[in-house]
Design a protein around this ligand. Structure first.
Ligand code: 2YG
Length: 287
């Protein structure tokens, strides 16, 4: 998972309503509905057919769950705006959230003293949400993978029997592969490391019984799939020559695989953000 920088998160909090409106136009569902659906998919691990079972009545008690976001100074240190952006997303989703005045252990103590039920914190390797009352933990990479798969399933009108090219077999890609298989998609995986692709295919088969095709050549794969899930850490490798008229792409996090000069072309057919879907899914995971 690539480390965010301040410019990746600047302005998220002040544009969440517009972002959500765009997301709703693209997928038919709001950030909250997508996150609740993604969390429920994991919990149920059921095959969702076309009749989406959106828990529209997202757990009402979430308003009572107080969320504390705790800055962590370890490793490469605090990212300006990270904690306040995470807290702003929780607030937007209806949670009572705050950023602790203290970082690290002092922040954990402050969070608990101030009655938080859910703690969110990130060091350089793990970004987690933990629920102190039900002991459920959600990791951002796994939640992001699942949240984007849910959004893609909803945007496509149901992935059952659709071929999906999954690029990147890391932690986000593996979580995505499991969720895509649960939605009935026929997944093809490409990674620069053939062993990583093989490991992902084995993990998906072991957990879901679904067969994943290992794609050896990215260029040819991009010509034959209409639906793409970009879970790779590569920047700008999907260009005009790859983008068909009906292609849809889910691209979690930073960097974005779609070239900047293709964003206009992909307007309305690309799901991408730096934090929102991952954070929202984490919160509904631990409810
Ligand atoms: O508390 C802080 O401000 C820092 N310790 C946060 C460090 C976060 C490092 N991790 C990342 O930047 C990403 N893995 C976060 C998740 C990206 C979402 N796709």
């Amino acid at each position: 998972m690539t480390r965010l920088v301040e410019t990746d998160i600047q302005g998220i909090n002040t544009t969440l309503a517009d972002y959500d409106t765009r997301l709703q136009h693209q997928t038919g569902y709001t950030l909250r509905q997508i996150a609740a659906y993604a969390a429920k998919t994991q919990a149920e691990e059921r095959h969702f057919g076309r009749d989406f079972e959106i828990p529209f009545e997202t757990p009402s008690h979430h308003q009572s769950c107080k969320v504390a976001v705790i800055p962590f100074t370890c490793g490469q240190g605090i990212i300006n705006g990270f904690s306040s952006t995470v807290s702003g997303i929780a607030q937007y989703l209806g949670f009572d959230s705050f950023v602790t005045a203290l970082p690290d252990a002092g922040g954990v103590a402050e969070a608990i003293r101030r009655g938080a039920a859910i703690l969110m914190m990130a060091d350089d390797d793990h970004f987690v949400a933990v629920n102190l009352s039900n002991h459920i933990v959600s990791d951002n990479s796994a939640a992001t993978g699942r949240g984007y798969a849910a959004a893609l399933n909803l945007m496509s009108g149901g992935l059952g029997d659709s071929r999906v090219l999954l690029i990147g077999a890391g932690t986000v890609g593996t979580s995505a592969g499991l969720a895509l298989a649960c939605y009935g998609a026929q997944v093809g995986v490409y990674d620069t490391r053939p062993q990583a692709s093989a490991n992902l295919a084995a993990a998906v088969f072991a957990k879901t019984g679904c067969l994943v095709t290992v794609e050896q050549d990215l260029e040819s794969a991009l010509q034959t799939y209409r639906i793409v899930y970009d879970a790779s850490p590569e920047d700008g490798f999907i260009g005009q020559q790859h983008i068909g008229t009906d292609m849809i792409i889910a691209a979690p996090g930073i960097p974005l695989g779609v070239k900047a000069d293709c964003l206009q072309l992909m307007a309305g057919r690309l799901i991408h953000d730096s934090l929102q879907i991952g954070v929202a899914t984490m919160l509904f995971d631990v409810l």
